[in-house]
Ligand binder design. Structure first.
Ligand code: ADP
Ligand code: ZN
Length: 535
């Protein structure tokens, strides 16, 4: 189905250029379009931002009648409608906030032989609750005007998926009522068992499933330690050295960071500009434009910078602060190297950032777990970085496939396994002493105390370490990820802050035979110092 000699191929190629203003297809798009236009039912699994929408929008534009699109969120629909309007593709929506007049126009348009719109976006609730809509669809179907059905975020059908929505469960009615209309289900993440479940729920007989390859072989993944005194030093060195004259993105945590990091890079002689959600639309457009045309080298951005980036020659995506989940990281870093030439994805991993983001995601139900997975990705020195992502996304993976394109595969020999039992006892002891005095120690304070700074009361009773700061920090994170510490948070009228508690495994340290090991990078030690962790 990758061929371009179908009866519609010429029309499809022309409209790709004239209507969508795109020069070529991305992987799988052509196949998806050909399959759907041949009348096949289809599941399309493709990471966010790779262009799933085109796979139903282009067929819609090339068809006589209209395409019904089921979308879970009104905000997503509004984005799509705005985009379609900007390229002069007539599209409408029916949702809870549609006015009476609009609904009337839509209902009449559905059974108008001249099809005044090409796409009709509705929420799943409309399908399950509006009898009028179903009867109009029935009529349109009988008139041959209902060309195609697209179900966006199709994983929402399945209870095994990560985002189940009850109204999706009732969408089987579409295929039962309109068996001859091809259906296309789209999602960024679904395991094969989730897809099987969706197939059953949607009453689809024999679908084709297209899955975009998860691996991006031209990307090099790396994690570096962030200098806590001067967080932009390492980034500036890379941009002025290795990436001289090349375009890239630096992702930051907050709008304020976007401003300050951008200024710091400018002061170091780099052509950088900030980008974040609170900027004027005209300023955003200007920055985007300057960057696309290489008038500036770097955009220092929050996650707001993403939608609509179609620059192919992004040579580096650097994270000044870790992402809040592996999903986010995969998506953000994935903006590098879309031209398939080599590009780098580097995270600058800072101890304090973990807890900054922790505070942000504390309100989100599953946020903490997702963040921990991201921290584990950074802290990991055991396995290929691609393998960590593959496991996370339930992908089948063979480490050989990385082809040395991540720091762990490339520098595997720089790591040594160390016995950190003695260190674990010392630092857990500090946290337990603090708790016994009814004190709440932030991770930073724990590190400081262990290094002999601050809190004299506790220092008198605890041991001071000779380890370096990076060693201290990575041991604390390691103990947190492995259950020797747990984090808890405390609200004050002004802030929420995290503090460390003894975790479920802390008690094991009292057992003389228990040992804790950790793989560490030799390079963690300051130059010249030998690794002294075994003492
Ligand atoms: P998804 O639904 O997979 O998250 P979208 O359909 O929103 O992705 O597309 C993401 C971006 O990719 C959009 O800005 C879109 O214009 C762009 N895009 C889609 N297809 C192509 C293509 N063939 N070439 C260049 N850009 C494309
Ligand atoms: Zn690797």
């Amino acid at each position: 189905y990758e061929d371009s000699d179908f009866s519609w191929s010429k029309d499809v190629e022309t409209k790709l250029a004239t209507v969508f203003k795109l020069s070529k297809f991305r992987p799988l798009q052509r196949a998806a379009i050909n399959l759907s236009m041949s009348g096949r039912d289809l599941f399309l699994v493709m990471p966010t931002g790779r262009g799933k929408s085109l796979c139903y929008q282009l067929p819609a534009v090339c068809s006589k009648g209209f395409t019904l699109v089921i979308s879970p969120l009104v905000s997503l629909m509004e984005d799509q409608l705005m985009y379609l309007k900007s390229i002069n593709v007539p599209a409408v929506t029916l949702n809870a906030s549609s006015s009476k007049e609009d609904s009337k126009y839509v209902m009449a348009g559905m059974i108008d032989k001249n099809s005044p719109f090409k796409l009709l976006y509705v929420t799943p609730e409309k399908i399950s609750k509006s009898k009028l809509l179903m009867s109009k669809l029935e009529k349109a179907y009988n008139m041959g005007l209902l060309e195609r059905i697209a179900v966006d975020e199709v994983h929402c059908c399945s209870q095994w998926g990560h985002d189940f929505r009850p109204d999706y469960k009732l969408l089987g009615i579409l295929k039962r009522q309109f068996p001859k209309v091809p259906l296309i289900g789209l999602t960024a993440t679904a395991t094969s068992s989730v897809l099987k479940d969706c197939q059953k729920i949607l009453c689809v007989q024999d679908p084709v499933t297209l899955t975009a390859p998860f691996n991006r072989p031209n990307l090099y993944y790396e994690v570096r330690f962030k200098d806590s005194e001067d967080s932009t030093k390492g980034i500036a060195a890379l941009i002025k050295g290795k990436y001289k004259d090349q375009s890239g993105i630096v992702y930051v945590f907050s709008q304020k960071d976007a401003e300050t990091v951008s200024t710091e890079l400018q002061q170091r002689g780099i052509l950088a500009q900030p980008y974040h959600a609170s900027m004027e639309p005209s300023d955003k457009t200007l920055v985007h434009h300057q960057w696309s045309s290489k008038k500036i080298q770097v955009v220092v951005a929050t996650v707001a910078f993403g939608m609509g980036i179609d620059k192919a020659d992004v040579r580096f995506v650097i994270h000044h602060t870790i992402s809040k989940s592996i999903e986010n990281y995969y998506q953000e870093s994935g903006r590098a190297g879309r031209d398939d030439d080599p590009a780098d994805c580097i995270v600058f991993y800072g101890f304090q950032d973990i807890f900054r983001i922790s505070t942000m995601v504390v309100m989100e139900n599953t946020g903490q777990q997702k963040l921990q997975n991201m921290v584990a990705y950074c802290q990991n020195v055991d396995r290929c970085r691609r393998a960590v992502m593959a496991v996370h996304f339930d992908e089948v993976w063979d480490d050989e496939e990385c082809n040395q394109a991540c720091d762990v595969c490339r520098h595997g020999n720089d790591y040594i396994t160390m016995d950190i039992t003695k260190h674990a006892r010392e630092v857990v002891d500090i946290v337990e002493l603090a708790a016994s005095l009814d004190e709440k120690f932030t991770p930073l304070k724990v590190c400081d105390t262990w290094m002999g700074k601050g809190s004299a009361k506790i220092r008198k009773m605890s041991k001071v370490t000779t380890l370096s700061r990076p060693e201290v920090e990575s041991i604390v994170v390691h103990l947190l990820l492995h259950g020797y510490f747990s984090e808890d948070f405390s609200f004050t009228p002004y802030t929420t802050y995290f503090y460390l508690k003894a975790g479920r495994k802390a008690g094991l340290l009292k057992n003389e035979n228990h040992s804790v090991t950790m793989k560490m990078r030799r390079k963690v030690s300051p130059p010249g110092a030998s690794v002294s962790l075994t003492g």
